[in-house]
Design a protein around this ligand. Structure first.
Ligand SMILES: [Zn+2]
Length: 270
């Protein structure tokens, strides 16, 4: 996929989003705290030239985002929580940098992986150590098309096809779907539901090679924001490594005073 195609499609997606196809998520109070949990290993920030992020709070027992109810599959780009946390999602899967696995092992930053089957089928195994750290594999289609350009059957094939192979490879069925370029419509919601998806996840800020792009014109992160990054390496990042990109993102999150929490820990699924 050419960079320009992505950029142009991204702009189109943004225009569509601003045009009002984004569904607001109702504000709900976050509930009580569960005890225990958390990773046993202590993060090694210094090894990666980073200062420690705030530790994530214990996830709420009463999940602030409830999915899987009646009606169209919910579309969201932020989770209604008062916790000072953001959620990191990583898409596609072209780049399979072993150093990134090492980095997540060292830092214990939770991520959600939205994998495109066509990008990962040459090495499904790469993502398994990341999954073993507690990170969930989610659905990002078979071939990364612009979903609204496909008919209902085509959209179903893209989502259900990826659902099938990701479930086979990773032993658990994705519950969340990210539409390529953030572009979706009611047929996408319908197809997602038929394939067993309970939520469609967009984002409020995305990490580029060196910089973060924010929906907020004040360039601020907010509680419960979903951030987008990609499994991209030197080929896609003009020579930059994925670990450098990720480190730059963490610096921005830290500077704004946020912890990174696990998206799935803030959602109740059916
Ligand atoms: Zn993508």
């Amino acid at each position: 996929m050419g960079v320009w195609v992505r950029v142009v499609a991204g702009v189109v997606a943004l225009v569509l989003l601003l045009g009002g196809c984004r569904k607001p998520v109702a504000e709900e109070p976050s509930g009580g705290r569960a005890g225990g949990g958390g990773e046993a290993a202590r993060p090694d920030w210094g090894k990666w030239g980073l200062d420690a992020l705030r530790p994530a709070p214990v996830p709420p027992e009463d999940k602030p985002l409830k999915l899987g109810g009646k009606g169209p599959v919910k579309v969201f780009s932020t989770v209604p929580t008062k916790d000072r946390v953001v959620f990191v999602t990583i898409d596609d899967g072209q780049e399979k940098d072993p150093r990134f696995v090492e980095m997540l092992r060292d830092l214990r930053v939770p991520v959600s992986m939205f994998l495109t089957d066509g990008n990962v089928r040459d090495d499904y195994g790469y993502f398994k150590p990341l999954q073993a750290l507690g990170n969930h594999v989610q659905n990002h289609t078979l071939t990364h098309p612009v979903m609204p350009h496909l008919g209902p059957e085509g959209q179903r094939r893209e989502i259900c096809g990826a659902q099938k192979s990701l479930t086979r490879e990773y032993g658990t069925a994705p519950k969340l779907f990210r539409p390529p370029f953030g572009m979706w419509g009611s047929a996408t919601q319908e197809a997602a539901r038929e394939c067993g998806i309970q939520g469609i996840v967009l984002w409020t800020a995305s990490m580029q090679i060196h910089d973060m792009q924010y929906d907020d014109p004040n360039k601020k992160l907010h509680n419960g924001d979903v951030l987008l990054a990609h499994f991209r390496g030197p080929k896609q990042l003009r020579g930059e490594s994925m670990t450098k990109m990720f480190a730059e993102m963490l610096k921005r999150i830290r500077r704004q005073g946020f912890a990174v929490a696990r998206l799935e820990d803030y959602i109740s699924f059916r």
